[in-house]
Design a protein around this ligand. Structure first.
Ligand code: BGP
Length: 461
């Protein structure tokens, strides 16, 4: 059967700090995203972003017009707890109540990410994810949010891309974390995730929760056994370390070998071990953009050789693998490989490892879109990308994968992590550029009408 199930969750995604703006309004505290310097000077910060904070009613109405069944957004932790813990900001709580209710009035189910790169700055100042206090604060925040919104929200995501957040630390967090500290932070993040799963299952009747790693399947550059070994290590360090912890409650053995050899294996208490095993997610949310190819580094200092995945280029580990430009894959304008079959491979690989339902919570094409004088945005390149990836989803479903939904990145244009607002992903164009905010008027792109048709025909078009 090459069709999508009747109850397939058609969606679109965004995150709070990349879209909301209003970074210091109505009692919101600062997050590490508000304070970090942007690495390129000509790209905008997150202060205004797409001003979704003031435009959410209009935005959700447009998403409803497109036919969405689900809308993935994140809660800014610092709107609820400005200092990360203790004192609640009621204006922030009310804001998300309103966002949720607006979605429901339009027949859209929210899928809420609890934390998307925007740790409260106050917690960061106290040691961030290196400190167990942050784990406790996150649990307290999750419990509060579940009690507040759990009567209306069924789908939850724990932590967006802990693998990318830590492995690409400089680009996401604006600072480099020493390897030892990085993996202790990894352990704390993953324990925090377990506590969120536990709390969700305790507090929300019928609540479903899952991890949200960024998965890029890793190919070996050649059939040389050493290249295969390099791919085995990179797959384990980049992908399976995170999912094995979430779904199987273990440290992935290959990644563990790497951690031990580097002398950076985190401390794991007996209490942690019990927690790891017990709280298993209901589904895995997959963020997928491209695949990665690696070879064995003959020279121990070699790290990369034009690696084509911007999300992986900084996470080459000396001596274990080195980036390789795959000659069989096209790339987008930002040097990311385009590999729809890689998505099918990824979904089948996850299914093979874990036999768990999946939902795609990010997939999309960043591009320089042009607003024409007649107010149109012609983005056939995006339609082509999404069409091919949807075909890959269909093929994966036909091969037995339990894929319950597809929520591409992004619902509306927002500020890209790597490139500012010029790199656009949305179905809905926001009229602003890097420094000139203008009126932030919304325009439907060609891909908006295309996706509307996809949803209307349940993926047949
Ligand atoms: C993912 C993040 C998103 C989003 C996306 C695209 O890693 O979860 O927040 O930004 O990548 O990346 P970029 O914005 O750099 O193009």
């Amino acid at each position: 059967m090459r069709e999508f199930p009747q109850d397939f969750l058609w969606g679109a995604s965004l995150s709070a700090h990349q879209s909301e703006g209003a970074y210091d309004l109505d009692g919101k505290g600062l997050s590490v995203q508000d304070t970090r310097p942007r690495d390129k000077h000509d790209i905008c910060d997150f202060k205004v972003a797409s001003d979704h904070y003031h435009h959410y009613k209009e935005d959700i109405a447009l998403l409803a017009e497109m036919g969405l069944k689900v809308f993935r957004f994140s809660i800014a932790w610092t709107r609820i707890f400005p200092d990360g813990t203790r004192k609640v900001n009621q204006v922030g709580v009310d804001h998300y109540n309103d966002v949720i209710n607006t979605c429901l009035q339009h027949g859209i189910q929210p899928i809420i990410t609890l934390y998307h790169f925007d740790l409260p700055q106050t917690l960061e100042d106290l040691g961030g994810w290196s400190s167990k206090e942050t784990v406790q604060a996150y649990e307290q925040y999750c419990r509060f949010v579940f009690k507040e919104y759990g009567d209306r929200v069924k789908y939850w995501l724990t932590i967006n891309e802990p693998n990318i957040m830590l492995l690409v630390d400089k680009k996401i967090l604006g600072k480099e974390i020493p390897l030892k500290a990085k993996y202790q932070q990894f352990h704390h993040l993953m324990i925090a995730e377990k506590l969120a799963i536990k709390a969700c299952h305790e507090l929300i009747d019928g609540g479903k929760i899952g991890p949200t790693p960024n998965i890029s399947i890793v190919y070996p550059a050649t059939s040389k056994p050493k290249d295969n070994q390099a791919a085995l290590y990179f797959n384990s360090i980049r992908n399976w370390l995170y999912l094995d912890f979430s779904v199987r409650g273990i440290y992935n053995p290959v990644a563990k070998d790497y951690l031990v050899r580097q002398g950076v294996m985190p401390e794991v208490s007996e209490a942690d071990k019990a927690l790891m095993k017990e709280h298993i997610p209901d589904f895995v949310a997959v963020n997928y953009y491209s695949s990665v190819t690696v070879e064995f580094p003959e020279n121990a200092d070699d790290m990369m050789n034009g690696i084509s995945d911007q999300q992986s280029e900084d996470i080459m580990e000396r001596g274990f693998y080195k980036g390789f430009t795959n000659p069989f894959l096209e790339k987008n304008e930002f040097n990311w490989t385009i590999d729809p079959l890689g998505l099918q491979n990824t979904l089948q690989h996850i299914d093979d490892r874990y036999q768990i339902p999946m939902i795609i919570t990010e997939n999309g094409l960043g591009a320089y879109d042009v607003l024409t004088d007649s107010g149109r945005i012609h983005d056939p390149y995006r339609i082509d990308y999404l069409q091919k990836h949807l075909q890959a989803c269909k093929d994966a479903i036909a091969a037995g994968v339990k894929l319950i939904g597809y929520s591409p990145w992004s619902a509306i244009d927002l500020v890209s992590v790597h490139e500012g607002i010029s790199k656009r992903y949305g179905f809905i164009y926001i009229d602003r550029d890097e420094q000139d905010v203008r009126e932030l008027k919304r325009y439907r792109k060609d891909s908006f009408y295309w996706y509307q048709q996809v949803i209307d025909t349940n993926g047949s078009e």
